[in-house]
Every structure is written in structure tokens, then in C-alpha cells.
Design a protein around this ligand. Structure first.
Ligand code: SDX
Length: 443
């Protein structure tokens, strides 16, 4: 029977090494280190910038098959969860590993609702931001500040403490997000209404005006809840990696979540949904689509909302988002940008430049069109990604804390800098060389 090993010959020494192939078709980088030219040699390292072919952990939370366009949370297909579940139930599944029965769901729902309020000082803290502060910047700062309100969160090895912080963050993220929005609009904060659903309460904290009680439109409420389900987790994406890496120093989960929010803020990650709308608005009409495609193929621009590190097929979430768009338009009226998006997709999916690079719409391509139709400002779009992803981040963090194989993340490097050289007195020094990173004159 074939052995589950790799036999490697180091042609520098003629030595052979048998390296075990472990579950998941991986080899441990530590085995590569055994390949040496002499006993004093450090040994070989694997080099994988951006970790495009490196597994950082074993995880039970989310499964993605990029070629087949498959996404499952704890084994449940995203299509079924989007169709039959709700966000809080999906968050329970992601955090705890199983779908809840009625009793446990009710308890979970109550426990989350118990934590929708934030400390009054947090609101004062938020008022320190400029009126035009980007809400993702507000979220990074405010979530980080939450670590000072909950010093008990440092007990990361205490299961009950982890559970409490998870409930607090899932409960409070919408409140902070809505407060950032209201602040930017010069509107008074709206306190949570725990009679409403998770998505309904968020809509109320955003859009309630002088009416005694905000009544969310059920179609928009359900659309937002499904969008939250779609964004809840996505295995080792950039922000989950930030959560795990920062969390591996054993810092509290609020500080780690602030790092995850910061990672998500980037235009290549969660910030893409905002950039897609800016790109569609720049294109302006279907007749200008060909010109944008030309720029993209010329390497001048990225087609925002397209491409994915893992999906080399249509992002299954994008298909569902596209369907939700039309349900939302029934209420809000059609967002004309969707015609430009559809034409972009049509041309891109036929064009060899995109086909060859396996570039398909990802979750961000259509979501912004919905958010804009629902009345959200573009700067709030990545925030709408961060809210539901909080359950994924907390699940990834807790799995890392519990994993006996994990320890502080500390990658190695390949040093390509200067060889050793003696210190020289300042008078004797020449003009800094014209290296690409040399200090320029405008010091
Ligand atoms: C999310 O990781 C996750 O799971 C993330 C996410 C989640 O749920 O957490 O799914 C959410 O972040 C979705 C992605 C949102 N970002 C965007 O839509 C921004 C635009 N997309 C690209 O920046 C890019 O596709 C990435 C960042 C998403 C993925 O980049 P990779 O895997 O590093 O791919 P690459 O840059 O190596 O590209 C391979 C080739 C290159 O061309 P060549 O150098 O081979 O000629 O494809 C090209 C790239 O130039 N390419 C694109 C492109 N994406 C890749 N060309 C034009 N437009 C694009 N969008």
C-alpha cells in the first residue's frame, strides 16, 4: 500500500528525507527544517509571502471549496442557511458548532440582547471623533477601547469569560456601528429596542427619527439578516488571520477584534464593497463599461468586487446577494448601478483576461448596491460586513485559544539587508545612497 510520505533528495548532499504527509494533505514546515547541508546549518525554511499556500491552523468552523464554489458553516451549506436560518441562529452555529434547539436559541437570543447597550462613556468617547470620521475608523478605535471597559476579558483561558465577551461583542457591535452612523449625521443616538430582531434593532438604531417606535420594513429586515448570514465567517481570510495572530499573544479579544476590524477596513478585503460602488459611480453608465474593462486589462485598475484568493469559481455568496438585490428593489426601487454591475459581469465572464485568471464576482460585488438602495452611505458598507463577521472572528479566536498546537504567531524571514558594517562618526558620513528605501531629502 502506498505510504503517506514524501521522499525528498537534497541534491546538495545526496541525502534522502522521508517526510510524512499529514491529514489534510499537508507536510509540516518543521520537517523541512531537518534538511541541512551540515549539522550547524539552520535548515531549510518554506517561503510563502501572503501565505497563499500555507495552512496556519486546523479549523472546524468553515469549509470552502474554491474550485467548486462551495461554502459551509460547520457543515451546513450557505445556501440552506441563507434560505432557512437567521443571523443569530447562524452565529450560534458558528460559535458553538451546532444548530440550537428552541430552548438554547431563546437563551442565546436573550443573552445577546442583554448586551446590546454600551457603557455611556463609550458614547462620550465616540464624540471625540471628527464629524466626518470614517465609521470603520470609529469602529477600530471604539472596539479597541472596549478592552478598557472589560478588564475581565483578559481571562482568555476561562471558558465563561470567553463566552461572555463573545455575547458582549455580538450584542454591542450593531449599537456601536449605528452610533457611528448617527454621529456622522449629527443625529441623537437611538437606544437598542430589544423587542426587535437583531437586524430590526440595528435598522431602528440607524434610522429611527421622531416616531415613538421604529417599525422595520420586514423585507429589508430579512434582506439585512440574510446578508449578515452570508458575511458571518469565511475561514482564514485576512481579518480572521489578524484576529488569530494578534490573539495568539494572549491579548484580550476586544484588542484582537480591533485588529480584525482594521484588517477588514482595507479596500482589498471588507472595504471592497465601498470601492465597488465608487467604481460603478465612476463608470456612470453602461456605455462606459468597456472603457473600464480596458483599464483593468491594461493593469491600470482592479475590478473591485471581482477575484478571490480561494474562490476560483463564482463566490456562492455573490449569487445569493444578487437575488436579494431584486427583493430589496421591490421596496426601495431599483438601484440603477445594478445595470452597470450586470454589464461588467457579463463582459468580464466572457473575456479571456478574467477567465484565464479565474476572476468572478465575490461577495462584495453586489452587496454595496443593496446597501446603497437601503439608504446606507458608502462609508457604512464595510461596517455592515464587520457586524456579522464578529461571530466568525470570535469563533476563530476561541478555537485558536483552545488549540494545543497554537502558540504566539512569529513567522521567520529571509534577510536580504546589509552585511555587518562598522559604525561611522557623523562627520565622516557621505550622502545617503540612492537605495529605494533611503531617507529622501524631505526628512
Ligand atoms: C473579501 O479571503 C476572504 O475570504 C475574503 C472575503 C471574506 O469573506 O472574508 O471573501 C471577503 O475580502 C472578498 C475580496 C474583496 N476584494 C476585492 O474585491 C478587491 C479586488 N480583488 C482583488 O484585489 C483580488 O482579487 C483579491 C485581493 C481579492 C485576491 O487577490 P489574490 O488572491 O492575491 O490574487 P492576485 O492579486 O495574485 O491576482 C492574480 C491575478 C493578477 O494578475 P497577474 O499578475 O497574474 O497578471 O489576477 C489579477 C491580478 O492582477 N487580479 C485582478 C483582480 N484580482 C486579481 N485583476 C483585476 N481585477 C481584480 N479584482
Amino acid at each position: 500500500m502506498a505510504k503517506n510520505t514524501l521522499t525528498v533528495t537534497d541534491n546538495r548532499t545526496g541525502k534522502q528525507y522521508e517526510i510524512p504527509i499529514e491529514e489534510g494533505d499537508v507536510i509540516r514546515a518543521s520537517h523541512i527544517k531537518e534538511i541541512k547541508v551540515s549539522p550547524s546549518d539552520f535548515g531549510l525554511m518554506s517561503y510563502d509571502p501572503a501565505f497563499s499556500n500555507t495552512a496556519s491552523c486546523r479549523s472546524k468552523i468553515t469549509f470552502i471549496d474554491g474550485d467548486q464554489g462551495i461554502l459551509r458553516y460547520r457543515g451546513y451549506p450557505i445556501e440552506e442557511l441563507a434560505d432557512k436560518s437567521n443571523y443569530l441562529e447562524t452565529a450560534y452555529l458558528i460559535v458553538k458548532g451546532e444548530l440550537p434547539d428552541v430552548k438554547h436559541f431563546r437563551a442565546w437570543e436573550q443573552n445577546i440582547k442583554k448586551h446590546t447597550m454600551v457603557h455611556e462613556n463609550i458614547k462620550k468617547f465616540m464624540e471625540g471623533f471628527r464629524y466626518d470620521a470614517h465609521p470603520m475608523g470609529v469602529l477600530v478605535g471604539t472596539v479597541g477601547a472596549m478592552s478598557t471597559f472589560y478588564p475581565d476579558a483578559k481571562n482568555i483561558f476561562d471558558l465563561e469569560s470567553r463566552r461572555l465577551q463573545t455575547r458582549r461583542l455580538i450584542g454591542k457591535m450593531p449599537t456601536i456601528a449605528a452610533a457611528a452612523y448617527r454621529l456622522s449625521r449629527g443625529l441623537p443616538y437611538v437606544y437598542p429596542d430589544n423587542e426587535l430582531s437583531y437586524a430590526g434593532n440595528f435598522l431602528a438604531m440607524l434610522f429611527k427619527m421622531t416616531e415613538l417606535r421604529y417599525k422595520p420594513n420586514p423585507i429589508l429586515e430579512r434582506a439585512l439578516d440574510v446578508l449578515f448570514i452570508l458575511h458571518a465567517d469565511h475561514e482564514q481570510n485576512c481579518s480572521a488571520n489578524a484576529m488569530r495572530s494578534v490573539g495568539s499573544s494572549q491579548v484580550d479579544p476586544y484588542s484582537a477584534t480591533a485588529a480584525a476590524v482594521a484588517a477588514l477596513y482595507g479596500p482589498l478585503h471588507g472595504g471592497a464593497n465601498e470601492q465597488v460602488i465608487r467604481m460603478l459611480m465612476e463608470i456612470g453608465s453602461v456605455k462606459n463599461v468597456a472603457d473600464m474593462i480596458k483599464k483593468v486589462k491594461g493593469g491600470e485598475r482592479l475590478l473591485m468586487g471581482f477575484g478571490h484568493r480561494v474562490y476560483k469559481n463564482y463566490d456562492p455568496r455573490a449569487k445569493i446577494v444578487k437575488k436579494i438585490a431584486y427583493e430589496v428593489f421591490e421596496v426601495t426601487g431599483k438601484n440603477p448601478l445594478i445595470d452597470i454591475a450586470l454589464e461588467l459581469e457579463r463582459i468580464a465572464l466572457e473575456d479571456d483576461y478574467f477567465v484565464k485568471r479565474k476572476l468572478y464576482p465575490n461577495v462584495d460585488f453586489y452587496s454595496g448596491i443593496i446597501y446603497q438602495a437601503m439608504g446606507f452611505p458608502m462609508t457604512m458598507f464595510p461596517v455592515l460586513f464587520a457586524i456579522p463577521r464578529t461571530s466568525g472572528w470570535m469563533a476563530q479566536w476561541a478555537e485558536m485559544v483552545r488549540d494545543p498546537e497554537q502558540k504566539i504567531a512569529r513567522p521567520r524571514q529571509i534577510y536580504v539587508g546589509e552585511p555587518t558594517r562598522p559604525y561611522s562618526p557623523i562627520e565622516a558620513r557621505l550622502e545617503p545612497t540612492s537605495r529605494e528605501d533611503a531617507v529622501s531629502d524631505n526628512i
